[in-house]
Design a protein around this ligand. Structure first.
Ligand code: SF4
Ligand code: SF4
Length: 177
């Protein structure tokens, strides 16, 4: 959009065109991600090319997420309609980033903030429940066990649940479970 008027002065941008930086939220997030990684993002877009979430959804773009982090756009990042759960935690963005921003680490911190607010999709809640009960992220069915045997794979070992609960204890105390 050309903002130059005939007198060569800048037109005043409309209110809805102005992005206001939320320094307080930006600082809060920077403290959660060791090294304030997003501040090194120079918006090259290399993280987008190999992102499976971007491939399947027009709404998800790690470069844009890093830009929103730089602006501190709290509502867009961790509001009710957050797209962050689409991230598969595959780490492709981190391997591609020339600035060592580790976008996935920033996104994981944001997901933790979403979880603290209780904004967690049902599918993710189910995975968490299964993990707390069985130590696995998916239930082992008898069909899987039989298929493994047919393929000559060893039976899966029992998960030491007491160890899992010890690891989970600090998080469970924080959430008041
Ligand atoms: S690859 Fe790194 S520097 Fe480039 S946009 Fe993505 S996060 Fe920013
Ligand atoms: S970790 Fe998330 S943001 Fe990064 S490439 Fe994978 S799906 Fe995309």
């Amino acid at each position: 959009m050309n903002r130059m008027s005939s007198e060569n002065n800048l037109d005043k941008p409309k209110e809805d065109e102005i992005v206001r930086i939320d320094f307080a939220f930006r600082k809060e997030l920077a403290e959660k991600v060791e090294g304030n990684l997003a501040s090194f993002c120079y918006q090259c877009g290399a993280c987008v090319g190999d992102c499976p979430a971007t491939f399947y959804s027009d709404d998800f773009n790690p470069r844009e997420i890093m830009l929103k982090v730089l602006y501190g756009l709290e509502k867009e990042l961790i509001g009710e309609d957050s797209v962050l759960w689409l991230c598969t935690n595959c780490y492709n963005c981190t391997e591609r980033c020339p600035q060592d921003v580790k976008p996935v680490e920033v996104i994981i911190s944001l997901k933790n903030m979403l979880a603290d607010r209780g904004i967690v999709p049902k599918t993710v809640s189910r995975i968490i429940d299964t993990f707390e009960k069985t130590g696995r992220t998916v239930q082992l069915s008898s069909a899987v066990t039989k298929e493994r045997a047919k393929l000559g794979l060893k039976p899966l070992e029992e998960i030491p649940m007491d160890e899992i609960h010890k690891l989970l204890a600090p998080a469970e105390e924080d959430s008041g479970k």
